[in-house]
Design a protein around this ligand. Structure first.
Ligand code: WTA
Length: 650
């Protein structure tokens, strides 16, 4: 616990949440982790803890040294050799998992495919062979820009099999964003599809790729999977259909032993400057971190049907749709489209249809479901679910409790998992069989992880910056081509520790509460107030579905609070209600946090991964982007604004 005394805290924690949810007894009885001893053991010897996790993998050559730590660079499992695709496929097809479903896939139009481990193994081998025959070698970056279809993980695993680092670019990104990413890693090969299905329409992936490649003369081949059959342009000297590409390929490619520290992939994430950062992840430590956390946090059992609803284009999909679950031999559901097609019950139909037992989704999705109303989940039988998870943002306590009651039926623990593209693996989360949850808190660091909340001087405080004090196996190994930025961004703000860029508080019982990105902190009359806490108080009002809060310039207070809210379906949006909402916040947190303006919005602007774009709202509130700042009721206004920003953000 932090001894804070009179130490100055960078943020003030205001919101109090007192409810507690112990794990259901039935759950604990059968859980993988039943005793808190795991925390003690790991704290006493973190390296031994990670060695034990690493031994769950198949190593083609054992490691000599577990960790070499020369700040800011860590190396894990030095001298060890392994192949990620061997661990995710060959290992399983040699035993009773051979005919177990690896992926149960559903396309948005309703088509469906099941790929067993043996199916996936065959497909990956062929594609790996084809890549190799095409001249792709160890260390060559390959860009993948695909819809959520099985060929996306097939392409990733094929790259992993031959040691070619992949760079997956989310299919929702614009040609410009794709171009920036291809240019940064200089991949000669791009893998895409003609298109994909989304909200009843078709996304023009090939067209976007053609557009992007106008600026990348070094790209020599584009491999195109036929998903929709839509019309596309064809460049005969450059484009190859996927089905032609694999025609003469061999059925087997020997999984080469790669060094634990060889690069597995690059994944771009937007930084504060607008230039995307290529986050580098390597092989042995990464697979150890993601498989161990997936196994223990999701309490994985052989018979589970696990569904992570993220897109593979984000790190959540890399770690918890592809690498963690496949290394563990799990059955995963994969869905191509949006939650509201053809109706707002699509997710619940999928849960019922495949008997999903573990559901991992994002707070932004949960808040959307709250807004749509309970009738949609109520249409379906959700009794197969036994565990729920969230990731991506702090979850507001009200959304947490709704998830618990309406989706989990009061019987499923919720794991609120905190982590980042950079961390590769979950670092803060409950262990579902033992942790008493508090709605809105990600609870405690995972065994073997040492986190702290500190001020500018690096002293422990109750509310401040979240830092990680010791290296962990799946941590990023750098920013591609930019060691200086790596050092500056993550290892220079506070000496000797990893700087997450997130604000957090820690309560008297040691629970961690994430308060959002540090740039999202407001300064109201000299008090540093977290947007997240005010938003949670807003969502606590029965009429409010979602809220985004920003600080706008104010002559007297420094910053005044503007609250953008979406109202639940069927509630009249009156001036009276605005007053009521303001009072509600004042009552929950204190007069200091009472919003100066409440603005009704039809939709909140979000990034493609579902994070609220506060920077944009700040511009709206300051009158920089729109003349009329009193309303965001027209949804097209939001989408136009978003378009303008997102390409920049790219
Ligand atoms: C936020 C996503 C609170 C946080 C895996 C972090 C969260 C950023 C949580 C990373 C959570 C993620 N509670 N905040 N459970 N999970 N975040 O790189 O601000 O897309 O720094 O990785 O999301 O986002 P990224």
């Amino acid at each position: 616990m932090a001894k804070t005394g009179q130490r100055e805290e960078p943020i003030q924690a205001l919101l109090k949440e007192g409810r507690k949810f112990p794990p259901p007894k039935e759950f604990t009885k059968a859980a993988r982790v039943k005793s808190p001893a795991i925390y003690k053991e790991a704290a006493a010897n973190p390296l031994r803890f990670w060695e034990k996790q690493a031994k769950e993998l198949r190593w083609l050559k054992p490691w000599k040294k577990t960790l070499e730590w020369k700040l800011p660079y860590a190396k894990w499992f030095i001298g060890g050799k392994l192949n990620v695709s061997d661990n995710c496929l060959d290992r399983h097809v040699e035993g009773p998992r051979r005919n177990k479903a690896a992926f149960i896939w559903e396309g948005e139009p309703g088509d469906s495919r099941v790929l067993t481990y043996w199916d996936l193994y065959r497909e990956v081998n062929r594609f790996a062979s084809a890549l190799r025959k095409h001249g792709v070698k160890k260390g060559d970056a390959v860009t993948i820009y695909m819809p959520m279809i099985p060929e996306l993980p097939i392409a990733m695993l094929a790259c992993a099999r031959i040691g070619a680092p992949h760079s997956v670019v989310f299919g929702g990104f614009s040609p410009e964003s794709l171009r920036d990413r291809i240019n940064d890693c200089k991949s000669k090969v791009v893998i895409t599809a003609d298109g994909g299905y989304r909200r009843g329409g078709q996304v023009a992936l090939k067209k976007n790729t053609d557009e992007a490649l106008k600026g990348c003369a070094f790209v020599s081949s584009v491999i195109v999977f036929k998903r929709t059959g839509q019309d596309i342009d064809w460049h005969r000297d450059r484009d190859i259909w996927w089905h032609d590409f694999v025609k003469d390929a061999d059925a087997y490619v020997k999984p080469e032993p790669f060094d634990a520290e060889d690069m597995l992939y690059l994944l771009y994430t937007s930084g504060s400057t607008g230039k995307p950062k290529g986050i580098v992840h390597t092989t042995g430590g990464y697979l150890t971190g993601v498989s161990a956390t997936h196994r223990l946090i999701f309490d994985l059992r052989e018979e589970d049907v696990y569904w992570c609803t993220a897109d593979i284009g984000w790190v959540t999909g890399h770690s918890y749709i592809v690498y963690g679950p496949l290394a563990n031999g799990a059955t995963g559901v994969m869905y191509e489209g949006t939650p509201d097609f053809p109706d707002k019950d699509r997710f619940w139909r999928i849960v019922e249809k495949y008997g999903v037992t573990i559901l991992y989704t994002a707070p932004t999705a949960i808040r959307t479901f709250v807004r749509w109303g309970d009738e949609y989940p109520k249409r379906c039988n959700l009794s197969s679910l036994r565990l729920l998870g969230t990731v991506g943002e702090p979850i507001n306590p009200e959304a947490w409790v709704w998830y618990w009651k309406v989706i989990g039926g009061g019987r499923c623990p919720i794991v609120d998992t905190w982590w980042q593209t950079e961390t590769g693996q979950i670092l803060i989360s409950p262990l579902p069989g033992i942790t008493v949850c508090k709605p809105g808190s990600a609870t405690f660091p995972f065994p073997g992880i040492e986190a702290d909340v500190v001020n500018d001087k690096g002293e422990s405080v109750d509310a401040g910056y979240l830092v990680i004090k010791r290296p962990w196996p799946a941590m990023l190994r750098g920013i591609y081509g930019d060691p200086e930025r790596y050092q500056r961004q993550y290892w220079s703000q506070i000496k000797g520790v990893y700087f997450t860029g997130d604000g957090a508080k820690r309560d008297k019982e040691g629970y961690f509460w994430l308060l959002g990105r540090i740039d999202d902190v407001m300064n109201v009359s000299g008090h540093r107030v977290s947007t997240m806490e005010v938003e949670s108080a807003l969502v606590d009002h029965p009429a409010v579905a979602e809220a985004a809060v920003i600080g706008r310039t104010h002559e007297i207070k420094g910053q005044a609070i503007s609250a953008f809210v979406t109202i639940k379906v069927g509630r009249p949006q009156t001036e009276e209600l605005k007053k009521e909402i303001k009072e509600h916040v004042a009552k929950k947190i204190g007069a200091l946090a009472r919003p100066d303006d409440v603005i009704y919005a039809a939709e909140l602007p979000k990034t493609r991964s579902g994070k609220i774009m506060r920077r944009l709202l700040r511009d709206v509130a300051e009158g920089r982007a729109l003349g009329d700042t009193t309303t965001l009721a027209d949804a097209t206004v939001v989408s136009d604004l978003k378009q303008k920003y997102e390409d920049k953000e790219g």
